[in-house]
Write a protein that binds this ligand. Structure first.
Ligand code: NAP
Ligand code: F7E
Length: 343
């Protein structure tokens, strides 16, 4: 019998890489899909025809209970979230509901379906739970690099909601004996990254500038520093975390620090352009409270999981630029084909 995995956030960057990885490991993969006619469902089906879908929303408790009851998963990966940090200042209540309370709802669904009780006896339901915790919880960092024991000081409603999700996962582990894992992942990117995040915003702009479709790139804080890795590497770590003997917390990152300025320089250099000729600082893009610097100390996770990243940041940026050069030139050919067609 193959193992069954339920993934929330299947239409997102990590959901797609994780589904691919689990299918390659022989899993039957189910993706929770929200909304009446979610257009990204089509994209996932086209990329990964083996993925099964179940309706549900992290805002809706009964839909999560039904999904868990129907699928009886061995592993639940809770990746669903509103993941763009600036949105959490615009819609703080919604972000808290999805990213914070959504975790509680998913845990409750597992508890109800698998009959875990508060009787004081610790059970082990057999269903294993992964929570997508975030380095944003470290925020205004108490020490550098950050490890599992570093104090949290979140700087956005997003980070605060993620801290709640992190603690409630720990609490279900301690209260019910649930096999619960928090993966404290640092920024991870790929050609599938949403265009609102800074690395993809840069790679897309570089491709468009190189191909003559855009003449400048507006960015916010160029001095912010991140520890960026490749999403395809990080989903392997998620899976490994659920294969251990017991649940726990794991910091995952590369340990390398780069600024936004470095990211722009690497990307423009790759197409033989000088970044300073195109980048314009736009104060409107600076955040009300910034996370200035992040860097992971993932020694403990690497040792426990036997995990290592395979792609460094300069190669990752170049991979993203190459992919966007292909995307933009395909769009251009399509537009030219439309223009040249006489109807
Ligand atoms: P992403 O590309 O933005 O994907 C987010 C996913 O969440 C989408 O599939 C979205 O589905 C889903 N979602 C949003 N609202 C939902 C709701 N109410 N109910 C169910 N699903 C909902 O994010 P990602 O980069 O893959 O990140 C995956 C997870 O890791 C997120 O929890 C994120 O906060 C966390 N994380 C990410 C990073 C990173 O650097 N990528 C680092 C640390 C932690 P729709 O298609 O329906 O909108
Ligand atoms: O910003 C700066 C910005 O939006 C990175 C999410 O996956 O990782 C991600 O959150 C940095 C920030 O990612 C622009 O101020 C400058 O310092 O790519 P980002 P993020 O906020 O770090 C964490 C770990 C998550 O958990 C989140 O879900 O870049 N920056 N100029 C800019 N950022 C954006 N987006 N756009 C700019 O123009």
């Amino acid at each position: 019998m193959s193992k069954r995995a339920l993934i929330t956030g299947i239409t997102g960057q990590d959901g797609s890489y994780l589904a691919e990885h689990l299918i390659a490991q022989g899993y039957q993969v189910w993706g929770l899909i929200r909304g009446q006619a979610n257009p990204r469902r089509w994209w996932v089906s086209r990329q990964l025809s083996e993925v099964n879908f179940v309706d549900g929303d992290l805002m809706d408790q009964s839909s999560l209970v039904s999904a868990v009851d129907k699928i009886q998963p061995d592993e639940v990966y809770n990746l669903g979230a509103i993941s763009f940090v600036p949105m959490s200042w615009q819609q703080p209540e919604l972000v808290t509901e999805v990213n914070g309370m959504g975790v509680l709802r998913m845990l409750e669904a597992i508890r109800m379906v698998s009959g875990l009780s508060i009787s004081g006896i610790t059970h082990n339901s057999g269903m294993r739970f992964y929570q997508a915790s975030s380095s944003e919880m470290f925020g205004k960092v108490a020490e550098t690099p950050q490890r599992e024991t570093t104090m949290f000081h979140p700087r956005s409603p997003y980070g605060v909601a993620k801290a709640y999700g992190h603690y409630i996962t720990q609490n279900y582990r301690e209260s019910y004996g649930l096999f619960g894992v928090s993966g404290i992942l640092f920024n991870h990117e790929s050609p599938r990254r949403g265009a609102e995040f800074v690395t993809r915003k840069i790679s897309l702009a570089v491709a468009r500038i190189k191909l003559g479709h855009q003449d400048q790139l507006r960015l916010g804080n160029l001095d912010a520093v991140r520890d960026w890795g490749f999403a395809g590497d990080y989903v392997r770590a998620m899976h490994l975390m659920l294969q251990q003997e017991q649940g726990g917390d794991y910091v995952i990152g590369t340990g390398q620090m780069h600024s936004i300025r470095d990211a722009a320089r690497i990307a423009f250099d790759h197409v033989d352009l000088n970044w300073e000729d195109y980048v314009v600082v736009d104060p409107a893009l600076v955040r009300p409270a910034e996370v200035e610097t992040l860097c992971a100390d993932s020694r403990s996770a690497r040792k426990a999981l036997g995990w290592e990243p395979t792609i460094d940041f300069p190669d990752l940026m170049r991979m993203m630029v190459d992919s966007d050069l292909r995307n933009v030139s395909r769009e251009r050919q399509y537009e030219e084909m439309l223009l040249s067609t006489s109807w």
